[in-house]
Design a protein around this ligand. Structure first.
Ligand code: GLU
Ligand code: MG
Length: 436
């Protein structure tokens, strides 16, 4: 068969789906300059492919402009065509960032963090996913025999990640049946979000080529364990000097990081509307699920909303580079741009409020009194997407300052809730498994 080199220009949208338009490869220079045409209502296509409502109707024109810094080209060397795409920004016809462009939403937060506080966020994403290509290995949690049964999937995944410049760190058999986790080295926020989009795509591409399937849906095996997207982050100055740690401060957290974290804790329930944005996400955010269900800051606690997770306690060692935090309430239904854009906005609100974070929970919140919960500002996370959207709406401009985006996002997500109304858990999990 005769084949012609083909490239896609794509975006990651409100549904966390990657959509775009393609062109013959020889037009790349022209497309990098002029982009491809895009339509406002595309952002209202929900994860199931429907448009229950749209504030934009059939009107309007936009440009999806591929970013040369966000190119993925991977030849899987399986005889198939290479995977080749550029992630782009959505611009209006005057070439200003469009109100509902998720990547611009993150870029604006990154710019504010730098302009207002001279700070950068360094981020590493950890992705968990279900690998449907193999039979479950009973008792296989973290097992050598479980990953063996995935055949050459880990090998091919690492090869593809390396070819895409994603700097793979670990690929491991996770706790759940057929569950795998892949992690990448830290990068600055925008690049980390680009890489999170790319990681999900190369994983999907690989599974498709191998005739199997994967799912980053928050819950594929109800009642056992969910798939999280954990966001490790730390603050640094513009020269890359780590700023999160202060050995003399409470919990070892520097003043600036403490204020940043305080903002995230304070806006926790509203953040969930953007970072845990599917109806199924709240099946994962339950007690005793190794995810999180309260707004607490926890010392090395894998059920904390924000976990303090320094990588070393070796006396005399400089621990500042490895002094990180982990946000645990995100999942694969969320666009990584919305996740980081929202986290940075919450952190900025905390920096502006100038209040330190409450003390960390050391033995988990269960052992603390009601007074200690109040002192630490510990509240339950939303138990449904509709509760999370109410919190997001109540937070007003704090997380989405642009009212056009706020209205469109809430409309999109409320349409998604209506679309799955009445489904039981098994049907809900099956529905989401196939779209993430
Ligand atoms: N699968 C858990 C989640 O849903 C996380 C397990 C872990 O700590 O890696 O977040
Ligand atoms: Mg894990």
């Amino acid at each position: 068969m005769k084949r012609h080199p083909f490239i896609m220009a794509v975006c990651s949208d409100f549904a966390g789906q990657v959509r775009g338009k393609g062109f013959p490869a020889e037009d790349l220079a022209d497309r990098l300059a002029k982009g491809v045409g895009w339509t406002p209502t595309n952002v209202m296509i929900n994860c199931f492919g429907a448009i229950p409502a749209t504030p934009f109707g059939p009107r309007g024109d936009l440009i999806l402009l591929p970013d040369p810094a966000a190119e993925l080209k991977v030849d899987f060397e399986d005889g198939g065509v290479p995977e080749h795409f550029f992630i782009g920004d959505i611009l209006d016809m005057a070439r200003a960032p469009w109100s509902c462009c998720t990547r611009s939403y993150l870029k604006q937060a990154v710019e504010r963090l730098s302009a207002e506080f001279g700070l950068r966020l360094r981020v590493a994403f950890e992705h968990e996913f279900f690998h449907g290509g193999v039979a479950e290995r009973p008792g296989g949690a973290y097992g050598l025999d479980a990953i063996r049964r995935a055949g050459d999937f880990p090998h091919a995944l690492i090869a593809a990640m390396k070819a895409a410049g994603l700097e793979p760190e670990t690929v491991l058999p996770e706790y759940g049946p057929c569950q795998i986790e892949a992690t990448m080295r830290p990068a600055l926020a925008l690049q980390a979000a680009d890489r999170a989009v790319m990681l999900r795509q190369v994983t999907q591409a690989l599974a498709f080529r191998q005739g199997s399937w994967v799912s980053f849906s928050p819950v594929v095996t109800p009642g056992i364990v969910g798939n999280g997207v954990h966001v490790h982050f730390s603050l640094e100055d513009e020269a890359g000097k780590p700023l999160s740690h202060d050995g003399d401060a409470p919990d070892g957290i520097s003043d600036i990081a403490s204020r940043f974290i305080a903002g995230i804790l304070d806006l926790g329930p509203a953040l969930c509307g953007l970072t845990a944005p599917s109806v199924l996400s709240y099946e994962r955010l339950k007690p005793n699920s190794w995810s999180t269900n309260l707004t607490n800051l926890g010392w090395r606690d894998r059920e904390a909303f924000v976990r303090i997770c320094p990588v070393s306690d070796v006396p005399g060692e400089d621990v500042s580079r490895g002094f990180n935090f982990e946000y645990r309430a995100a999942d694969g239904a969320a666009s990584p741009y919305l996740v980081l854009g929202a986290l940075i906005r919450a952190g900025l609100a905390g920096l502006e409020a100038d209040e330190p974070a409450p003390p960390a929970t050391l033995d988990g919140p269960d052992v603390l009194s009601a007074e200690e919960w109040a002192l630490r500002g510990i509240r339950p996370l939303p138990s449904s997407l509709s509760e999370a959207l109410e919190a997001l709406e109540a937070a007003g401009e704090a997380l989405i300052e642009n009212s056009e985006m706020r209205i469109a996002y809430l409309m999109h997500k409320r349409g998604e809730i209506a679309a799955v109304d009445g489904l039981d858990l098994a049907a809900l999990a099956a529905r989401y498994a196939r779209v993430y």
